[in-house]
Design a binder for this molecule. Sequence first.
Ligand code: NDP
Length: 487
Amino acid sequence: MKTYDYDLFVIGGGSGGVRAARVAASDVGVRVALAEEDRYGGTCVIRGCVPKKLMVFASEFSSIPSLAKGYGWDCETSNFDWSVFRSNLNSELSRLEIIYRQLLKNSGVETFDARACVKSPNTIELSTGEIKTAKTILIATGGKPARPEIPNAEFGIVSDDIFNLKKLPKSILIVGGGYIACEFACIFNGLGVEVTQYYRGNQILRGFDNEARGIVAESMIENGINLHLDTNISEMGPVNDDSTGVEAKDTVTAVGAAAEIIGGYSSAGKDCQQFPICVKSTKGITQEFDIVLFATGRNPNSKNLGIEALGVELGERGEVVVDALSQTKNETIYAIGDVTNRINLTPVAIREGMAFVDTVFKGKPTAVNHKLIPSAVFTQPEIGTIGLSEEIASTREKVEVYTTTFRPMQTAFAGKSDRAMMKLVVSVATRKVLGCHIVAPNAGEMIQMAGIAINMGATKEDFDRTIAVHPTMSEEIVTMKSPTRVA
Ligand code: NDP
């Protein structure tokens, strides 16, 4: 029988790859190696969910003094110091990265700080020049932010760059209407930055329940975000470049510098350079911003891995095409997480990694159920959601919609106009709750719990039987007696 250096070689040290490697090595006891070219922890830990959530926390403090005043506290807002936050953030991310490395080591996974390329169905070449062989290869290389293909787009930053900004901008233009655009619009607004957001469609957060996205959009505007719908960038360039009246040679220098610094930052940990940008919108408005942030989607990180030459199929956006068991068209190569562009969420990648180990090493073919996945958008207020929106559900069957909007007690007492919403979409035929949508502070925490019931097939009557926890916001989810409408 042919022998290999390892039973499993994982390419990519993000959430999915690390989990698969650890479980295969420690639970099953197979020989595992993992290569990571950048920092361990991947997008979620180093430049995504974790630093983003810490920025959400940082930004929420700005509203606390005015809230506290309503309760009799005498407190003032003082200044936010980006350099203190950034330094603490970097320390925390370094701590987490060390934990990730340690977890792999303790599980017996051999790690390589190198880029890996697949040379044959069982051979991996590392950027160090080493050649390794493995019985199975797992691609877990994640995704990376995409910039629109417009002239001077390189002057904008992407989400990876945010955590390395040298100083907090005074103004920012955020382009996009998805998770990242909306979350960072709220974060920067909370940190005191003047935020303008352009979204090319007629309402942000396409795909989410219409009522939920409407309330979030209204709240964002009320909180001071300059949200421009049906708007995109028509032209952009550094302030003082040719198009705005300055000599071309300045532009060339600036382009070179921006490309070098922004491109080189993530692995080198350099500061992200900042250029004032002049933008003309498709509505004809010209405005200057300290920073333009493109939050215009992410592309699978599948380029230059050598897999296409081995028969692995890539989709339109470069996603690695896999079957329900995460196997590619080449039987020794599997892929999980954002590189497969199924549902690009950390817990999904982790679940896919564990299912891969069950399938390949435990003799239990396991397909991840990609339906009924709860998720949250960390806007202010948050959205927590699971299942079908009212719009989608009502095209499939007759549904009852139970919905309530109200002013949360905590902020209403202080005279604030914040609004919350709870909504259940219920099948008339089966009584099952098909969708639950919450817009409220901590909606992400609430939807995790509702998600258990809905995954178990809970009916509206199951919700009704549950006694309310009083006084809470989430009690509304079990006290909605009559449908608001039938759709
Ligand atoms: P999304 O796909 O959510 O949103 C991309 C946005 O950019 C859309 O509004 C899209 O418009 C717009 N867009 C795309 N191309 C262009 C263009 N050329 N010009 C102008 N606008 C454009 O991507 P994100 O980058 O926000 O997030 C990527 C993924 O990361 C998410 O899908 C999610 O899976 C994950 N994520 C999850 C988070 C969470 O769980 N809280 C947080 C952050 C990210 P249109 O709608 O018209 O297509």
